[in-house]
Design a protein around this ligand. Structure first.
Ligand SMILES: [Zn+2]
Length: 284
């Protein structure tokens, strides 16, 4: 996927391709100037945004794979944030905690079932209660498997409902993580710092924070205070479980639609316009 970037030497725009590492060593096609663009965004955000883009472009089936991958990568983010938070509370050294975490993650990295196990325990230890979102129904597992493994062609509406569910779950767990999310974000910052360290003197470093579905609301460097999560669609006197479930689903959809509206900027980025960023922060 391409994104527009401005050359810090001659200020002209050109297209760069998103790298898995979020680090982009670029040479301007206009003036030949070298730059390195660091995109502050988590993998789960990138995947969720890709899913949103596919959905809006009418590729409903393809969107499911991205939303599902976004959820898995968010679970990894949660586990890492929780583990590093614990290490920080114990007053441990961050580098040591990071090394221990990486060595542990290696055992589960290639099997998503093992990762779900890590998540369940992390949630229990952190929140002091059982994760109430891990049954197949809450995770949308059956729908996902039907689409991805059995070639089912979902309707736009079905995928929107799936996206809304994934969105609401990530949104809720991010809210519960609160400031702890910064521990996992620090991992990305350290990778950036290591790369920045070995850049040549002729390279200008640029840090960009791209808009995303979760970012403007409560997450990322520019996050505002987390708004209280309320369920505006649910009147206090509704106790019938069936009715409550229906209203909760409706609420997920509303939250997703609301986020879509708030992220008008995101859509501009998808269409290839430059995001309205502040002055690029120039390192070195
Ligand atoms: Zn240039």
């Amino acid at each position: 996927m391409l994104f527009p970037t401005a050359c810090p030497h001659c200020t002209r725009d050109f297209q760069a391709e998103f790298a898995d590492s979020h680090v982009h060593d670029l040479t301007c096609p206009h003036c030949g100037g070298k730059s390195c663009v660091f995109v502050r965004k988590q993998k789960f955000e990138m995947l969720f945004d890709l899913g949103t883009r596919a959905l809006m472009d009418g590729y409903a089936r393809e969107a499911v794979a991205s939303f599902s991958a976004a959820l898995e990568r968010f679970f990894e983010f949660y586990v890492k944030a929780a583990a590093l938070e614990r290490a920080a509370e114990r007053g441990g050294d961050f580098a040591e905690a990071q090394a221990a975490l990486e060595a542990t993650w290696k055992h589960v990295a290639s099997q998503s079932e093992r990762q779900l196990g890590m998540l369940a325990l992390s949630y229990l230890l952190r929140q002091g209660q059982a994760p109430d979102f891990m049954d197949a129904r809450s995770l949308g597992t059956d729908f996902r498997n039907r689409v991805i493994h059995r070639g089912y062609l979902p309707t736009q509406t079905e995928v929107e409902a799936y996206a809304a569910r994934v969105f609401a779950l990530i949104d809720r767990l991010l809210t519960e993580l609160g400031a702890a999310a910064a521990h996992a974000e620090l991992l990305q910052e350290l990778t950036f710092a290591a790369h920045l360290e070995q850049l040549g003197d002729d390279v200008i470093a640029v840090f960009e924070e791209h808009p995303g579905m979760f970012r403007a609301r409560r997450f990322g460097g520019q996050a505002q205070a987390a708004p209280k999560v309320s369920l505006p669609g649910i009147p206090a006197n509704v106790t019938d479980p069936q009715k409550l479930k229906r209203l909760t689903t409706l609420n997920d959809a509303q939250k997703f639609q609301q986020a879509l509206r708030e992220r008008g900027e995101l859509l501009r980025v998808f269409k290839g316009a430059r995001p309205a960023l502040g002055e690029p922060e120039k390192g070195r």
